[in-house]
Design a protein around this ligand. Structure first.
Ligand code: HEC
Length: 146
């Protein structure tokens, strides 16, 4: 269990850089120069995001009724209040008390750098620097809900 998140994160990183079939250049062209999050979400792809979610999957599942893992199940997290998506998960007080909602801009900032959004969180994730990778994952999370 201890080494599993690391192994899958490394694997997902390899895939993020090597899986060339994500129509990246084409989508970035369509989004225009220096695209906003809104523009990126228009070209984001939930199926591609599902693959990129591999970088999160060492700790999170996102299927309906799936169990918590190292992190809470993320099914339905889009639009949900922070620190509330799984009633069984032991969240940090920092996240529960943050009080915000997981809309697209908040998720985007969180995936880029969780500690910058909620300083006391224990989500051990180095952050994803690429805005299109983040938008694809957000599109996937938005789809994984009722
Ligand atoms: C090493 C384990 C780990 C990885 C990798 C990880 N997370 Fe997390 N995640 C957590 C933990 C632990 C929490 C609970 C944090 C807290 O209580 O402060 C969390 C919380 C969250 C939450 C808040 C859920 C809620 O109910 O409020 C979201 C959203 C989230 N993670 C998304 C992601 C995404 C997207 C990725 C991949 C880009 C990712 N996480 C990668 C461990 C991880």
């Amino acid at each position: 269990m201890r080494s599993r998140p690391l192994v899958s994160v490394l694997f997902a990183l390899l895939c993020l850089s090597a899986c060339a079939d994500d129509r990246r250049e084409e989508r970035l062209r369509a989004a225009g120069p220096d695209p906003s999050l809104e523009a990126l979400l228009k070209v984001a792809d939930a199926d591609i995001g599902a693959r990129k979610f591999g970088i999160c999957a060492g700790c999170h599942k996102a299927g309906k009724g799936a169990p918590d893992f190292g992190g809470p199940n993320l099914y339905g997290v889009f639009g949900q209040r922070m620190g509330q998506n799984s009633s069984r998960f032991g969240y940090t007080a920092a996240l529960v008390q943050a009080g915000g909602r997981w809309d697209a801009p908040t998720l985007d900032a969180w995936i880029a750098n969780p500690r910058q959004v909620v300083p006391g969180t224990n989500m051990q994730f180095m952050g994803l620097a690429d805005p299109l990778d983040r938008a694809d994952i957000i599109a996937y999370l938005r789809r994984q809900s009722d």
